[in-house]
Design a protein around this ligand. Sequence first.
Ligand code: CAA
Length: 259
Amino acid sequence: MYEHLMMEVKGQTAIVSINNPKSLNALNSATLAELNTCLADMEQSKDIRVVIVTGVGAKAFVAGADISEMVNATAAEGRDMALLAKEAFRRLERMPQATIAAVNGYALGGGCELAMSCDIRVAAENAVFGQPECGLGILPGFGGTQRLTRLVGKGRAKELIFTCDKIDAQEAYRIGLVNKVVPQAELLDFCLMMADKMLSKGSYAIALAKMCIETGIDTDLNSGLNMEATNFGLSFATNDKKEGMTAFLEKRKATLTDF
Ligand code: CAA
C-alpha cells in the first residue's frame, strides 16, 4: 500500500516504519506525503490507540531529509518540503493517539526532528542524535529550532545546532532529549510494553491530557489551567471515569474503553 512506509498493527498499537533503507531512511517528499496520509487516516481510527514510529533496519531511525533531493532544490521547493514535514509532524502532536518514537539508530536532522514530534522517545543504546544542517549550509527545517529548544532549552539547542555535534543515546538522555535508553534488541518490545501500559489506562483521558499539554505549552499559565479545568470536567462525563473510580472503590481492576 505504501512505497516508503511499512505498517504493522498489533492489537491497538500501530507500528509505522520509515522504509528507505538504501538512504538510511532519509525523508524525501514522497515519504513525507505518505507519512502525512498514513497519520491522517490513523487519527480518525478508533481501533488504533498508540502509534510507534521507527525506521527499518538496525542502523538508522532516519538519517535526515533526503540530501539528494534537496541538493538542486530552489528556495520555494525547500520551503514547501518544510511545510509538508510540518503538516505530517504536527499530526503526531495533535492526534488523539499517544505516539512513541522507537529510535533504532541514527536520528539526524529531519530524523531527530521526527523523533521530537512524537510524545515520547525511547532510544536504543546505539542511537545517535544531531542536527547537522548548518554543516550543509542550511538550518533545521522540520521543526528543530523550535522543538529542540522546547525540549532541552535554548542554550543546549543552540550548541547542538551551531556545532552540528552528534550525541549518543546516554547524552541525549542526560539532556532530556529522550525518555529512556534500552538495549537495541529490546527496543521494540520495550515500546510495545509501554504502549500496553498506556492501553490499560483511559485512552480518552490520555487524549485530553495530550491536548492540554500540547496546547498549554504554547499559551500562558492561566489559559492553560483554564483549559485543563474544562477538560478535567469533560472527563467526568465519561464511562471511563465512572468505571475507573467505581473499580477503585470496589478494589478491582478497571476496564476502561472510551476513546
Ligand atoms: N540523504 C540522502 N542520502 C543519505 C542520507 C541523507 N540524509 N544519509 C545517508 N544517505 C545515504 C548515503 O548517501 C549512502 O548512499 P550510497 O550508499 O548510495 O552512497 C547511504 O545512505 C549510506 O550512508 P553512508 O555510506 O554515509 O553511511 P555511514 O555509515 O558511512 O554514515 C551517517 C552514516 C553518519 C548517518 C551519514 O550517512 C550521514 O552523515 N548522513 C547525513 C546526515 C545528515 O546530514 N542529515 C541531515 C540532512 S539535512 C536535514 O535533515 C534538513 C532538515 O532539517 C529537515
